[in-house]
Design a protein around this ligand. Sequence first.
Ligand code: SF4
Length: 353
Amino acid sequence: MTAAFEAFHLTGSTPEEMAELLSEPPRLGRQIFTWIHRKRVFNCSAMTDLPLQLRNRLNAQETLFALKVIEKKQSKQNGTCKLLLECGDGELIESVLLRHKDRLTFCLSSQAGCALNCSFCATGQSGFRRSLSAAEMVEQALHLACAGNLQSNSTPNLVYMGMGEPFQNYDAVMKSIALLMNPLGMGIGARKITISTAGDIPGIDRLAEEPRQLRLSVSLHAAHDDLRSALVPLNKKYPLQDLHDALQRYQNRRGRQITIEWTLLENTNDSPEEALRLVSFLKGLDAVVNVIPWNPVSGLPFTPSPQKRQDRFMSVLEHAGITATLRQERGGDIDAACGQLRMRRNRSFREKS
Ligand code: SF4
């Protein structure tokens, strides 16, 4: 077997690439792809329509798959399920499955850790380790599909909103999207896929040129520069006016509605004045707002916004004619805040060693 084959993960390859790397006919690449992506079979011995010799070759490889599930937490509140996954080099990442009626949404991480250091985020507090490969992102979706018992004829929504800034790992994110859209596998439609950015303007401009109709979401959290720079330090590099201009360019090019994410923090960004600032930021944009109650992270100097303040914030948006949804708290009983499960696991490992 070749060195190239030893180094690759099957899940990061198209059917054509699999066939080429394995020096097998294209038909066998397609069969392997379908076994993994559609039937979610990870044991090559069970791929019964492959020649025995090929199954044995595949089984002899230890690096075919990129991730191992090491913890699964299921919320009793609403069916939210969180996975803690281990990469081949020991890095830990998280993925979340959200349920809304019969609709499943997979929230994927694009990096192990994150360099952006948002002040309310557990992942941001633990620093950046590395970007994930396409295989590591694809496998998150496959493991979530297994955890959620996804039927092979249904497709989930996908959001790149877990750990990391997806636009700082642009090419691998796009490769993973292409693999998850492949009709021989999950066949997820582009309109069901959202990339969430903290405001990386070069990434927004690149996305505007993509041929696929992907969705864009921006984690705004504040609509004046001082507060936003304190909450999302990337704002110092790409301040609000520049971000607004980039979103307008994106909409002029794509004509697509965007989503603005706003995590509510008590006495920080949940006042009527902050809501009015958001209203004025939205002028000239076709956007809906997702307001998210903050999931507490121990050690961080924030508290969740109480119901009364949440309602007041929402009513300012409503009176201004903004389409806004207050998201229900999800999975507070399973360390649902981004990066929290990983942070706890890393801490307990350090305490033991
Ligand atoms: S909120 Fe997102 S972008 Fe900010 S530190 Fe956390 S993972 Fe990174």
